[in-house]
Design a protein around this ligand. Structure first.
Ligand SMILES: Nc1ncnc2c1ncn2[C@@H]1O[C@H](COP(=O)(O)OS(=O)(=O)O)[C@@H](OP(=O)(O)O)[C@H]1O
Length: 198
């Protein structure tokens, strides 16, 4: 990590930090003032997204349902399956709260990043103490991609969408076991976000 000079903000993005046991202590030892941003989405959609991504690389993996449940009859979920495990946000958050106060953590809604990217990025800019530079005028909804895209990429005059691996088509219906997994996962979690989702 380079030294951060006056007037600079250094950012580092690695999705696996949030679920890595050693990460909070190491980051806190580096700088206790580090601000943390966590993008969360509905844990079942997250699991399906994770599964869809793995399936695209390994088409022979077992079904979502058989990976989700240790025992389909009793409804026992396999919480060691990474697609489920990563989405048990409360458990990972506990680990971070041993080293950082809640006020230093911003939860960004993965759903609102799609429905209102400028609004969500407004919250990010405020959290980082930045002037709101990124606004609605930077985005448009790309019908083909089915997601918001940037009107202009940095250093270019052309529009820019995220690549093919972001925004894969999920199954039209939740995979078998999806609804049951949702119910059980909800029971497994404490609420991470307050009721109003902010
Ligand atoms: N603007 C825009 N364009 C495309 N995709 C978008 C966008 N905003 C959010 N998303 C959602 O980002 C999801 C992929 O991000 P990940 O965090 O899973 O990527 S990573 O592989 O962990 O880096 C990806 O999940 P899937 O839909 O399951 O592919 C998207 O839903």
């Amino acid at each position: 990590m380079p030294k951060t000079l006056e007037g600079q903000i250094t950012m580092e993005k690695t999705p696996s930090y949030f679920v890595t046991r050693e990460a909070p202590a190491r980051i806190s030892a580096m700088s206790r003032d580090t601000k943390l941003i966590v993008v969360v989405r509905d844990p079942v959609t997250r699991a399906i997204s994770d599964y869809t991504q793995t399936l695209s690389k390994k088409p022979d993996i077992p079904s979502f349902e058989s990976l989700t449940f240790k025992n389909r009859t009793t409804g026992l979920i396999d919480t060691s399956w990474s697609a489920i495990q990563i989405g048990i946000y409360a458990k990972h958050l506990d680990n971070w709260l041993q080293h950082f106060p809640m006020g230093q953590i911003l939860f960004v809604s993965g759903e609102r990043l799609i429905s209102d990217p400028a609004g969500e990025l407004g919250r990010v800019q405020d959290f980082l103490g930045l002037k709101r530079i990124i606004t609605d005028k930077h985005f448009y909804f790309n019908q083909t991609k089915g997601f918001p895209c940037l009107k202009k990429a940095e250093g270019s005059s052309k529009p820019h969408c995220l690549g093919k691996t972001k925004g894969r088509t999920h199954p039209r219906h939740r995979p078998r076991g999806g609804a049951e997994a949702a119910r059980l996962l909800q029971a497994l979690q404490h609420e991470v976000l307050p009721d109003d989702g902010t």
